[in-house]
Design a protein around this ligand. Structure first.
Ligand code: NAD
Ligand code: TYD
Length: 355
C-alpha cells in the first residue's frame, strides 16, 4: 500500500514522512514544490529508502497529480503543502492564495477524478486528510474558552483566511461529491526541522548567533504549543480511525505567552550552551514593532480527539522544548545551510522595518 503526502519536505511534513517510513511497511510518494520552506536535507535519513518516492512538483498541477495517482494508486492523500508563515502572508499574500486555495482546489479535483473511478474497498477505505491550523478560528480574549471544532471561522490574516478557504473546499467536496475527507486543525508546532523564520527556531538561532531576540509588541500574545511529533501521531490516529467528514482539533494544552517561551529557551540555552561572557541569553531580548493585526491568543480544545480516538500528546512543553533546543545544538550544519542565501533577504525585509 502507498500513501501520497504533499509538502513532505517542509517542517511538519518531513517529520511525518520520516516517522511513517520508520513505523510502517507502506511506501510514501512525497510531492513537494521545494519552495524556500521545502528542504530535501530534512529527508536525508531516507535518501536511499526505496519506499520514499520524492516528486518535485506543485499540488496545483492537475496533470502531474493525476499521473501520480494513476501510477501509484495511493490509499490516502495527506495534504500538508501550504504557504505557512503569517508574516510572509502580510508582505505578499499572492502565493498564499495560489497554493492554499487554488492549489488545494486543483488537488481536490484530481483526487475526486481518481477516487470516483475506484471500486469496492479501495473506494470506501480511501481518505483525503487535510492538515490545517487553529488560526482559522480567529483569536480569543483572555477569558474565552479554547477553540472547539464547532467554533465559527473568523480568520484574520491572509494566511489564516487562505487556510480557512481550503478547509471549506475540502468539506464541500465531502458534502457535494462524497469524497471521504478528514480535517485536522492544529495549534502552533515546534521541534526538529523548523525553519528559523518562526518564533522558536528563530530565537534559538539568533541567541546562538549573538543577535537580538525580536519580540513583537508586548510579548504577551498567547499561543498553544505542540511538539511536532505529537502532531504527527495525531494525524496518524485520525487517518486510521477518524470519522469521515469530521474535523479534529489537535493541541497540547500548553498555552504560553511569547515572552515566556523565549525566556524558557534562554534558560535552557544558558544551561546547555552558556554565553562566553557568563551573562544570560535574556540580555538579547529586544522588543520590536508589533505585527499588523496580531492575533492576541489561540488555544485549542483537543478533547474530541481524546474522547473519540484516544489521542493524547506524549510531550509536555517542558520536555518538548528541551528536546528541540538539543536538536538545534546538535544540527549546526542544517541550520547553517537553511540560513544562507534567501533567508537573509527575508530577515532584512521583516525585521529591517521594525524599530
Ligand atoms: P512549511 O512551510 O514548513 O512547509 C510547507 C511545505 O509545502 C514546503 O516543503 C513547501 O515546499 C511545500 N509547498 C508549498 N507550496 C507548495 C505547492 N504549491 N505544491 C507542493 N508543495 C508546496 O509548513 P509546515 O509548518 O510544515 O506546515 C505544514 C502544514 O501544517 C500546513 O498546511 C500548515 O498550514 C499546517 N499547520 C502548521 C502549523 C505550524 O505550527 N507550523 C500548525 C498547524 C497547522
Ligand atoms: P510564529 O512562529 O510566526 O507563528 P504564528 O504567527 O503562526 O502563531 O509566531 C508565534 C508568535 O510569536 C506570534 O505571536 C508572533 C510572535 N513572534 C515574535 O514575537 N517575534 C518573531 O520574530 C516572530 C517570528 C514571531
Amino acid at each position: 500500500m502507498t500513501i501520497l503526502v504533499t509538502g513532505g519536505a517542509g517542517f511538519i511534513g518531513s517529520n511525518f514522512v520520516l516517522e511513517w517510513l520508520a513505523g510502517s511497511d507502506e511506501a510514501v510518494v512525497n510531492l513537494d514544490a521545494l519552495t524556500y520552506a521545502g528542504n530535501l536535507e530534512n529527508l536525508a535519513a531516507v535518501h536511499s529508502e526505496k519506499r520514499h518516492i520524492f516528486v518535485h512538483g506543485d499540488i496545483g498541477n492537475f496533470d502531474l497529480v493525476s499521473q501520480l495517482l494513476a501510477e501509484y494508486q495511493p490509499r490516502a492523500i495527506l495534504n500538508f503543502a501550504a504557504e505557512s508563515h503569517v508574516d510572509r502572508s502580510i508582505h505578499g499574500p499572492e502565493d498564499f492564495i495560489q497554493t492554499n486555495i487554488v492549489g488545494t482546489f486543483r488537488l481536490l479535483e484530481a483526487v475526486r477524478a481518481y477516487w470516483s473511478k475506484l471500486e469496492g474497498e479501495a473506494k470506501s477505505q480511501f481518505r483525503f486528510l487535510h492538515v490545517s491550523t487553529d488560526e482559522v478560528y480567529g483569536f480569543l480574549n483572555k477569558e474565552d474558552p479554547a477553540f472547539k471544532e464547532n467554533n465559527r471561522y473568523e480568520p484574520s490574516s491572509p494566511y489564516s483566511a487562505s487556510k480557512a478557504a481550503s478547509d471549506h473546499l475540502v468539506r464541500a467536496y465531502h458534502h457535494t461529491y462524497g469524497l471521504p475527507v478528514l480535517t485536522t486543525n492544529c495549534s502552533n508546532n515546534y521541534g526538529p526541522y523548523h525553519f528559523p523564520e518562526k518564533l522558536i527556531p528563530l530565537s534559538i538561532h539568533n541567541a546562538l548567533a549573538g543577535k537580538p531576540l525580536p519580540i513583537y509588541g508586548d510579548g504577551q500574545q498567547i499561543r498553544d504549543w505542540l511538539y511536532v511529533k505529537d502532531h504527527c501521531s495525531a494525524i496518524r490516529r485520525v487517518l486510521e480511525a477518524g470519522r469521515v467528514g469530521e474535523t479534529y482539533n489537535v493541541g497540547g494544552w500548553n498555552e504560553k505567552a511569547n515572552l515566556e517561551v523565549v525566556d524558557t529557551l534562554c534558560a535552557i540555552l544558558d544551561q546547555l550552551s552558556p554565553r562566553a561572557d557568563g551573562k544570560s541569553y535574556k540580555e538579547q531580548i529586544t522588543f520590536v514593532t508589533d505585527r499588523p493585526g496580531h492575533d492576541r491568543r489561540y488555544a485549542i480544545d483537543a478533547s474530541k480527539l481524546e474522547r473519540e480516538l484516544g489521542w493524547k500528546p506524549a510531550e509536555s512543553f517542558e520536555t518538548g522544548i528541551r528536546k528541540t533546543v538539543e536538536w538545534y545544538l546538535e544540527n549546526h550544519a542544517w541550520v547553517a545551510n537553511v540560513t544562507s542565501g534567501h533567508y537573509r533577504q527575508w530577515v532584512d525585509q521583516n525585521y529591517g522595518e521594525r524599530s
